[in-house]
Design a protein around this ligand. Sequence first.
Ligand code: PXG
Length: 448
Amino acid sequence: MAANALDAELDLDAYWMPFSHNRYYKQSAEHRSNRLLARAEGSYYWTTEGNKLYDALSGLWCCGLGHRHPKLVEAVKKQLDVLDYGTAFQMGTPGVFKLAERIAEAAPAGFEHVFFCNSGSEAVDTALKMALAYHRARGEAHRTRFIGREKGYHGVGFGGISVGGMVANRKMFAAGMLQGVDHLPHTHNLKEMAFSRGEPDYGTHLADELERLVALHDASTIAAVIVEPMQGSAGVIVPPKGYLKRLRELCSKHGILLIFDEVITGFGRMGKPFAAQHWDVTPDLITFAKGVNNGLVPMGGVIATKQIYDTFMTGPEHMVEFFHGYTYSGHALAVAAAHAALDVIAEEDIYQRVNSLSRSLEETVHGLKGEANIIDIRNCQLAAAVELAPIEGKPGLRAIRVFEEALKRGVLFRFTGDIIAMGPTFISTPDELSRMTEVLRDSIRAAG
Ligand code: PXG
């Protein structure tokens, strides 16, 4: 192991790391080997040991355009010379109005209004509030129930964990969760769909479970259904063919709003601005974050249809219409970075590149089929996952070992349970994807 003076001089105790095994990380320099990041550029990080890591998850799904893209860095630096923070309530900046216009333009027809916040979790809370308030404003205040999905991830706010379906994220906080939430079944079924390329053939009928929930609760009590079009955090769970269309039909039939949580799928990864366009299914609200400005400055938001926005625009004109917002909604630095990101997406033909790179990703990851301990390989545009057989009695351990072996070999993967997830940068080359896959192969073998 290379000498790591920076590691040696740190007191690690004070920092409570998010979603991390704090004790394991802090226990020994060996456990932290290649896990202190010093620098980044393009598709790579450099660790404090000076080792180079290919970033196989684009940060945490957010840096698709590559780290420290010169145009984005420049835009933020320039903004700092002009305006730092501009009061968000009852005030605005030209930049934030222009950004909303550009985002609405990129969204499917009918989406005309953008509300800004600072993260995916806040975006989800915002969308849920919009749904409740929308129904109330229309005289349907009885529509209070939300339907999420098992294995869904919608961030960590109380709204998000309530509609989410990650058991570990829910069980400790049960006392604080929203009332009246139900869940669709997840669509992850290895028996029926293991090693599917792209969307699995099996599972469309699982959308019909919404009918069952409607029959149970009555449509008049349901405000919205929220799903990730492609489930990222649960380990790249790809929607079955026709599944999202079916959900849309059922929501429309019953007057239920459909929310697409596009925090991961928005702004490039699906080879279109939004997954809604990739699957040609139009929801009523779209949440976004991450890719909107390449993760450079925290930003999230919700895109609403004209119909939803207009419903709020009643009452005396001098009054606030939606009692919701954040100090940093539309922060000038985040806005500057987002404008630059949208420019780069257009200038570098990112959607076309993602579509073409996605084919390379599919080819290369499915080439791992047949390796010992791999029980599934799946892919969805520029996202993929390899699911490993758990070590008996020690779920999750095999993936940690693979993760550590891969770090030694210069690739930073993401693991969740026994799943290795990949969300390469949009600027990666097919060669880099092949190398990433070969490192995964070697790491799985080495991990045993
Ligand atoms: N919705 C979705 C669909 C997400 O993927 C959030 C909301 C929450 O976003 P914030 O910005 O509040 O973290 C997310 C976040 C992973 C991984 O390993 C995924 C996320 C975050 C960190 C890791 O897949 N998604």
